[in-house]
Write a protein that binds this ligand. Structure first.
Ligand code: GLV
Ligand code: MG
Length: 352
């Protein structure tokens, strides 16, 4: 037998560790905002920024120089006590260094022992397979027991190697700690030997073109989405496991239009949110990952037309049935969640 029994799957992995969650907490996670915790000036703004985003993430991995890793770790621990994360409902996450790095062990132990009561999620980079999750799972359980935590810390894996991609379903199912998976387009591109030099987004050379024109005139073409397969497969793996999928970084901060389009594709395909690397991207993520008021209005008309969720109805010439009722429920439930946090959108949804 290669899997645990269903009963054992939900047993704590260390004596004294909290029981694993059976259902994920229902939370808004439209943007995971990355903060470099070693920079005093940036860290000082955390309490002011926290209420404006859904999740703040203390980044310890890539983009943090090797000689600042310890300062970043200490800054992340400090961030745990700079805001009442659990009381006020903004998620507090940290991206630790990868499992084979010299920093992983201390990153995780310092965070869990010193900030575990505030920390919601540990983001694990470069996850290759379920074995990485199992190792971290056991290690965190030991630390949770030592820290006397009552609520388990969840895991979020980044999909950024070809092997991780090939095993994404197993990663999603590896532990009840799994909260979600993000696309890591920069590392994934390198590992796959994609011929790009970008962080996320499309590429002008990745296109389809029309058949030749008889008169030899230039052929029309359209750029395609480099990430379509990856995001779609990640969404299926996550939703199968009852966890959430996320777009990752979009590196061209100045290109807000392409960023918005890429985020929107991910939202439509099923993603719950994205990473944000710059305040400009927070606004984009908020706009994209909150449902559109017109869409919410139509979804609520569907729910009203079929109060028990079954049968058939016609709305504006469009057929509605049990399946469209379920789609409408996804949008309406998300709108309720957004409305609970955002008074402007709450008004837009209730006026809709
Ligand atoms: C994120 O970590 C990426 O590699 O894109
Ligand atoms: Mg990466």
């Amino acid at each position: 037998m290669t899997r645990k029994t269903p009963r054992d799957f939900f047993q704590p992995l260390a004596i004294g560790a909290p029981e694993p969650m059976r259902e994920l907490p229902v939370r808004l996670e439209r943007m995971i905002h990355f903060v470099p915790p070693h920079l005093d000036k940036v860290r000082a703004k955390v309490p002011e920024m926290a209420p404006t985003v859904d999740v703040v993430l203390a980044n310890l991995e890539d983009a943090i120089p090797a000689d600042a890793k310890e300062a970043a770790r200490a800054g992340a621990v400090e961030m745990g006590s700079m805001y009442d994360w659990q009381g006020k409902g903004t998620g507090f996450w940290s991206r630790v260094n990868c499992l084979n790095s010299p920093w992983f062990q201390d990153d995780v132990s310092e965070l869990v022992l010193k900030a575990g009561h505030q920390l919601d999620v540990i983001m694990l980079p470069k996850v290759e397979g379920p074995w990485d999750i199992h190792f971290a799972d056991q290690y965190v359980a030991q630390l949770e027991a030592k820290a006397g935590l009552k609520r388990p810390i969840l895991f979020h894996a980044i999909l950024e190697t070809a092997q991780g991609m090939a095993l994404v379903e197993e990663i999603a199912l590896a532990s009840p700690r799994m909260q979600g998976i993000s696309l890591g387009p920069a590392d994934l591109a390198a590992d796959r030997k994609m011929k790009t030099t970008r962080v996320g987004g499309g590429h002008p050379y990745y296109r389809v073109i029309d058949d030749p024109n008889e008169d030899g005139s230039p052929r029309e073409g359209a750029q395609q989405d480099l990430w379509h397969y990856t995001v779609a497969r990640m969404v299926d793996a996550c939703r199968m496991a009852g966890i959430n999928a996320f777009y990752g970084p979009f590196g061209d901060i100045a290109d807000v239009e392409a960023c918005e389009q890429q985020f929107r594709n991910a939202f439509l395909l099923g993603c719950s949110g994205t990473w944000t690397l710059h305040p400009k991207q927070i606004e984009i993520a908020k706009r994209v990952f909150s449902p559109n008021p017109d869409e919410v209005k139509f979804a609520r008309r569907i729910l009203e037309a079929m109060p028990d969720g079954s049968g058939v109805a016609m709305l504006d010439g469009k057929m509605q049935d049990d399946a469209t009722w379920k789609q409408a429920k996804v949008i309406s439930d998300l709108a309720d969640l957004v409305a609970g946090k955002d008074p402007d959108l709450a008004k837009a949804y209730s006026d809709a």
